[in-house]
Design a protein around this ligand. Structure first.
Ligand code: PGA
Length: 251
């Protein structure tokens, strides 16, 4: 039985005061609720503050990106070891905004995945097709390419520290979520890729989140799909009551 996992991706939002307040509100609303795994992923600059608020709770801290090198002359970059050092459990990698707006390719994502897993971080690896790709019936082909590329050389034992997130690009921040059936089909395809490469047992334990315009009112229908094991939430994670509404819908 897979435990559901809901993570809030705050993207480049909040400031110091609002990040702290949002984390405090989530902690207060989540008190005593351990049925679902939850993580908050604030911007780098607020990891420490949010981490302090989350200390002693069951809510994990996550970052939104990292570089693949351990240390060195890489101005502006953050290493996986630094994220671990500041208390992160998770790092989101391969988000479509990084793939499409920052030009990250599967080779770069793959290096980051290895580097993060090597230091003991858990990785939330994102993948998903654009609208053009979906309309051209290329969804599965795109997912396969992203899985093959981003997870090249990652062993079955490392899959324990991996979460996959299906995030159709056309659904992110648009208010147009995938239908529950579209999400289920893509998740089943992703799980079958894991089974083909690493066996049925690994695939059965694989947590696969859906992301893209998840809101409290559509969360129950998405999260009740058999292969949808939680959500990666952008916009709705910036309001504690909406984020909690989604978490409750997944229970
Ligand atoms: P959204 O973003 O919930 O605002 O669509 C999801 C994501 O990008 O992770």
């Amino acid at each position: 039985m897979r435990k559901k996992f809901v993570a809030g991706n705050w993207k480049m939002f909040t400031d110091h005061a609002t990040a702290k307040k949002l984390a405090q509100e989530v902690v207060a609303l989540m008190a005593g609720n351990h049925q679902i795994d939850v993580a908050l992923c604030p911007p780098f600059t607020y990891l420490q503050t949010v981490g302090e608020v989350l200390k002693g709770t069951h809510i994990a801290l996550g970052a939104q990106n990292c570089y693949h090198e351990k240390e060195g002359a890489f101005t502006g970059e953050i290493s996986p070891a630094m994220l671990l050092d500041i208390g992160c459990k998770y790092v989101i990698l391969g988000h479509s905004e990084r793939r499409h707006k920052m030009g990250e390719c599967d080779i770069a994502v793959n290096k980051k995945v290895h580097a993060a897993l090597n230091v003991g971080l858990h990785v939330i690896l994102c993948m998903g097709e654009t609208l053009d790709e979906r309309q051209a019936n290329k969804t599965n082909e795109i997912l396969k390419n992203q899985l093959d590329g981003s997870l090249a050389g990652v062993s079955a034992t490392c899959f324990k520290s991996l979460v996959l997130a299906y995030e159709p690009v056309w659904a992110i921040g648009t208010g147009h979520n995938a239908t529950p059936q579209q999400a289920q089909d893509a998740h089943a395809f992703i799980r079958s890729w894991v089974a083909n490469h690493h066996g049925a047992e690994v695939a059965a334990h694989m947590v696969i989140q859906y992301g893209g315009s998840v809101k409290p009112d559509n969360a129950a229908s998405l999260l009740s799909q058999p292969d949808v094991d939680g959500g990666l939430i952008g916009g709705a994670s910036l309001k504690a009551d909406q984020f909690l509404g989604i978490i409750r819908a997944g229970m």
